[in-house]
Write a protein that binds this ligand. Sequence first.
Ligand SMILES: C[S@@+](CC[C@H](N)C(=O)[O-])C[C@H]1O[C@@H](n2cnc3c(N)ncnc32)[C@H](O)[C@@H]1O
Length: 703
Amino acid sequence: MASSLCSKSVSGFLNSTTSTLLPNSGNLTLQKACHGLQLQTRVGVYETQRHSPGKTCLKCTAGLHMQDGSSLPKNPRRRPPSEDVRRKDTEPKLHRGWYPGQRTQPPPEGNTPAEKDSEATELPFLRKLISNDETPTRTQHYRRPKSSQPSAGQRREFLFDAEDNDEFLSDGEEDSDDEEDGHFEDVEDRHFEDVEVDQFVAERRAAHYLGNPDTDLNCKHFSRCSGCVIDVSLDQPPVMNEARAYFAGRGVPSFSLASGSLVEWRCRAKLAVRGTAENPQIGLFEEGTHSIVDIPSCRTHHPSINDAVKLVKQAIRDLGVQPYDENRHTGELRYVQMVVTTLNTSIPVEERYARGKVQISLVWNARDSDSVQDDKLRKMAEMIWRRGNSKADLPIVHSVWANFQTSRTNVILGGRWRHLMGESELWERVGGVDIAFTPASFGQANTQAFEALLRRMQKVVKVGSRVVELYAGVGAIGLSLAATRKCRVVKCVEVNKEAKPVFERSLTRLPPSVNAEISWHCADVSVSPINWLEGSDVVIVDPPRKGLDLPVVEALRLAAFRGLGKKKAPSSKTTEKVEKRPWIVRAKQSGVHKEGTLDWEEDDGVWPGTLIYVSCGWQAFKLDHDALVEGNAWHLDTAHAFNFFPGTNSIEILAVFKRGKKLPKKPVKVKKGSGVRSSSAKSLRFTKAGTRLAHLNEKLGNP
Ligand SMILES: C[S@@+](CC[C@H](N)C(=O)[O-])C[C@H]1O[C@@H](n2cnc3c(N)ncnc32)[C@H](O)[C@@H]1O
């Protein structure tokens, strides 16, 4: 048989850019087609002995090409892509590959027509890459002929059209996208990140990386589970390289990453329930498929989530609960949502995180609790509670809820909820305040990292500020600032009305010393956003991964220009006299209000001078940044990253913008009588006299 990629029994690392095999790996001639190319361009690691003629890897949709020109069959276990996915496949797409240590099973043989389609659309792009020797990037992927270049607005939609956003969904509204929170990253994003991520992982290993138990994932589910894309050096997500360079180029050389716990950090998870009543499987989908990967020992989950999964599985078996079958739309239990609270004042502070308790929501395939399976649902909740309450052997259950979802789409949560067992309220302590949540509320998955971010943000906001927070959720950021920065006014704006009652509850637990006027408004911030900005010194935005809504960007720019005293600001036509629009008036009146007793000067004509941008979407952040600084509306002052999602290639950014153009740094003021006077001219003079400069630096404590 002609030698092929598959029949060689050598193994080693493939250099991702030069396509040469690294030492100790044997001498493999790469065939630059299809699978070989994938290795070359994005995976970089290839263990050839795993391939044998007639067999393909589970992850690869393209067949292996033999040197004689024939191709090996592909893996038919992969489901044919849905119509939507196939539409996206007309965009060239790259796939994750194999890593050493990955467990795979030999798949049966055969091809599906859908796979042929996808191969046909992929190959020309891949071949082009070989000939150009280009490493694909996100920009290249979306490169279009000049004539059809999208506008900024269209570009945003284009980049994020697959964006999942369950925060928008309430009352059973449906969204056709696959996955719904950071735990389920959108497919397009993932493919781009993979290029960078796979190279990173490959290079680590190629450099004879020995492993580091402190920073590696060491998770047995890694190879198949789609939750993590990196399993080495979790404290250095590869995106940081780009981010560092990006910020350095924009005058923020001190950009750095704050990392906390690299494992067991996830306090929120939505997990699919599939399989059978006898053998239930609870986990995430294998990437790009709807095959479930059971992840009982997930390393990123808070340990209580893994324990709660055990309890749920046990109850499924004991009661014969049928897991959901999405092909037939049958079964009872579709998903479980797990939310950990670590606020338990009855145990010592240092033990609170480790002993976190889980609010378990069972997503039931029924319209509501009056349906026929109600009895089983109740029994299941009672069983979980009996085995997991504070007096049980595994005291990890905080409460049990039901969510009802009958949609045939893959939207995870429905609009109806019912509290079944345990406490109805869930509290968490963040940023110095107690915050209430319902299971429908948005909450940060990494509580500890969020705490670190809030602490840093508190340093940026001056005492006594007037703050408006857009995309506020349950108001955790605003309330934390109200309490810790003695803000005079805190105004939170959020579209999800489920957050209103919990915001009211959180107000009741604010320290009595808080004397701010605090309000929460249910409104879509993309509708006349300028109305929310007037009267505040500081505006905080924490949008979903797709970034700021365009009207918000425009309003922020307008507010900056107004603050700078420029009468003729862009887009003023759309924002004149909008205060009288009924929905704005309604949103302002119908929210939550808590009066303060402090007096301050009139708000009219006051516009934010500081913009704090909390971002979980790096690509969107860059677009927003460019729009915000255009025309010197804002300039970037500081930026920091937080390792919110170890195991992924995502970071959370806290960026502080100041209004107007960046001015040269003020000269350092030095006390009278110190022998050194301050002014830039003086500094210049000292510069000329080198020794005196050294003396000055010494006096100022500069290195
Ligand atoms: C990333 S979360 C931030 C929530 C909050 N800052 C926190 O940390 O808990 C984004 C929030 O923006 C809300 N949101 C999304 N689009 C919105 C819009 N157009 N108007 C108002 N809120 C929106 C979502 O419902 C969600 O609560």
